[in-house]
Write a protein that binds this ligand. Sequence first.
Ligand code: NAD
Ligand code: TYD
Length: 352
Amino acid sequence: MTILVTGSAGFIGSNFVLDWLAGHDESVVSLDKLTYAGNRANLASLDGDARHIFVQGDISDTELIARLLAQYQPRAVLNFAAESHVDRSILGPEDFIQTNVVGTFHLLEAVRAYWSTEGAPRKSEFRFLHVSTDEVYGSLEPDSPAFTENHPYQPNSPYSASKAASDHLVRAYHHTYGLPVLTTNCSNNYGPYHFPEKLIPLVIRNALAGEALPIYGDGQQIRDWLYVKDHCSAIRRVLESGLPGETYNVGGWNEKSNLDVVHHICDTLDQESPRNDGRSYRQQISFVKDRPGHDRRYAIDATRLERELGWKPAETFETGIAKTVRWYLDNQAWVESVASGAYREWLSKQYS
Ligand code: NAD
Ligand code: TYD
């Protein structure tokens, strides 16, 4: 048995593949375009492992996908591949439409063609699992209840709009063609291998480099944070037991303001790797211009996943951040290797 995982060299995809092969002998065919966000080194510990086959390629390449499906006959395809950074989608939305919308469409077409030729029972057991985000639901008022799976889609950024479009395509392929799809909508992740353009790894990296810790606007925007390995365990659970055609919200019950998150990281670093001058990393916080159209609050109600599929996160925000900070302290070489010239160009474009 085999699964095909797209976007496997990115943050969540690489954690998923590493955790999967740590717990299963079922092999993984990994597909990734290796954009700026994809890093082959994330999967380096699997080099020489016969259970892992890495292929560099694009989910829009229907011929390549068809060839991989015919050759490896996976029982499931898990789609993590995406352009994923809201700020980049604001400065340049085109890649988001290409990969998240057009790419997902091409991938679905290739998978539909493969799945249609399968005989029972493989046809009914096959799954296409689409990894999506809570951002498709839009922004919540301070006192509104958290997003359930029935919350209307109201995406506000080019990123969330492109993810919403992909979710709709996935839904339509189930409704129209009967493709056995599953969709997960997860809150903000953090953990190892997180590219340092997103809030948590950016703050850890900048703090240790003695640089400013940029907080957009008043820092009172709220996100619901989930440790990446808990997201991966939720995806495994949904793959195993989710009902085809259904969506599952995934979240950590950890609503925090951005300022609280940054304070918590600074305090953890003050303990684990104090500054030479003995002052707190909080000194480096700098309030900067707000993100255009910045969503004020996201919150996920994960009751369905917990009640129907028996999933629970293993980490609290405090234990997850402690593990994350430790990982970044122990993996400074990884941070240096991804902080290339293109990364520095991005920082100067975004923060200058
Ligand atoms: P990421 O940007 O770290 O990784 C994306 C990966 O996809 C990269 O390895 C990149 O090379 C690859 N990729 C991009 N375009 C491709 C294409 N056309 N063909 C093949 N590969 C391509 O993103 P991530 O944070 O790991 O997110 C993975 C998925 O989870 C995304 O679909 C994202 O929308 C979703 N998600 C992310 C979060 C989060 O907090 N990071 C939360 C909820 C959902
Ligand atoms: P981010 O990690 O980009 O995730 P998302 O926008 O998908 O939620 O940002 C998390 C929050 O942190 C978001 O409200 C924007 C804010 N933020 C900052 O305040 N400063 C930064 O430099 C970045 C990257 C994000």
